[in-house]
Design a protein around this ligand. Sequence first.
Ligand SMILES: [Zn+2]
Length: 586
Amino acid sequence: MTADDRVSIHVEPGDGARRVPRLSDLRDLASRLKFAPQDGRIWLDEQRMLLLHAADYAVLRRQLLDTLGLEATRALLTRLGYAAGSRDAALALKLRGRKSLGDAFAVGPQLHALEGFVAVEPVRIEVDVERGIHYVEQLWHDSLEASAHLEADGVAAHPVCWMQIGYASGFNSALFGRPILFREVQCRATGAPHCRIVGKPVDQWCDDDEGAEEDLRFLRPEDFVNTALLKRAEPLRQADGRPVDAREQAFMVGASSGFVSACHKLQQVASTNATVLLLGETGVGKERFARMLHRLSRRAEGPFVALNCAAIPENLLEAELFGVERGAYTGATESRKGRFERADRGTLFLDEIGTLNEAAQAKLLRALQEREIERVGGSAARRIDVRVVAATNVDLARRAREGQFRADLFYRLNVFPIQVPPLRERRDDIPLLLQHFAERYGAEHGKHHPGFTHRAISALLNYDYPGNVRELENLIERAIILAPDGAPLDRQHLFESELSETDPVLALDRSGAILPAGLATAPAEADEALLSDLVERALDAAVPLDALELAAMKEAVRRADGNLSLAARQLGISRAQLAYRLDKQK
Ligand SMILES: [Zn+2]
């Protein structure tokens, strides 16, 4: 732990002077704000921004209140602000992460001012990551939202700066990796001279703080699922009808546009009986989406049955899906229901659908078309009422075109495809997911951690997550176990070595287990452009394939200082394979 994980600013109040950051303090931020009128764009670093008339924002806000009502408008704006704040926290770490935590912390108020919302004056700031202390009190001058409200509605009965309060919560939560709730204890819209906000860790607001519980409702990470979605969802039940663990229920967390658009599609299709195809890389959470779809559907009271087609040996797959009649084959001593029958009046989730063999594909097609199945070794057709949700991480359309997957089955499955984005395309959700998993695994392993150090947050926000949400989840669980109880989670608890945070140091193998990057059995997808370039050059120069292979192996061995295991890892083959191939070429 370093002094780096502490910020302390204490301003004696009452002298009436207004202390907002001097412009020179935010030159690094201002230099990231670029106007590119020829392209019709405004950039804040790599984010496209929008210059909107404040008067129009006031109208928009008024119309939201009219159409959605107070509760939903407040929730929407709070989360919008939260997402912006957490995005700006990522920028803070990028620009000032190597400076002190105080410098990074200052980015929030400074960007909030630069973006035109409010001038922030610190009153008291005490942050000590190691000791779990987080207290921030600030004054807001000339709040945009307060003005908008006063203009449209006159004096308010309650604080109204929802988007801004969401921003402060999002910025602090993301920067410190623990849920920080900001509340407006006074607001200019209610007639006060300025707004006053206080931020504390969620667990330090107590029941005595009037309204804290209510404010919190708009910011629980699990609510970012899209409250509308969750509210409508039936609790997920186990086979015996008991509801599944609450923590499991609330998994889907996110506020990024990719995630929200996938949720929106889910919502659209849920109430129908349509077959749904979930597309996305390994680890993006396709099963969670399938579960949510089930909960939102009219079948929510029925069973949810899941099967990973790749996990079942090919010769057992048909029996697993469609059931077996007694005596169908040696060993089939009694009749057994398959997954289809068990999912009757419910939802059947078939993961890795691309691995089904021809026979199983034919039977699945029939089940989808005729709504009936036959057990293996049986001849009676059984009616079934099952909604199929399939998932795949391969390009099924291409496989169908190339004849490796039945085209007619593909079209049946592809009625309503939903793309679940990889984590690297929804980075905005990382802070929310961090909190969610830290809370969850802290409780599960009986450990308390006062958040993450800013080194850790910086590493986590910059990492590429080849294994997606599942990898992030595994990283957090491991860190919770490794870190001493009561200590903040630091980078060394998350990542094995002190490699640069942009290097993927861990990767997932095909079973989803975490391994050091070089050991993962699934080698990283080769860069297609690079590959085609190499091939072209080799063909042009008429280099024989053997020579190409030998050169690659020799170079890998040279780079690994003769360590064959290490060289083999770099090449994505086993040590034995490397030794054999080298020997063969001698
Ligand atoms: Zn206010």
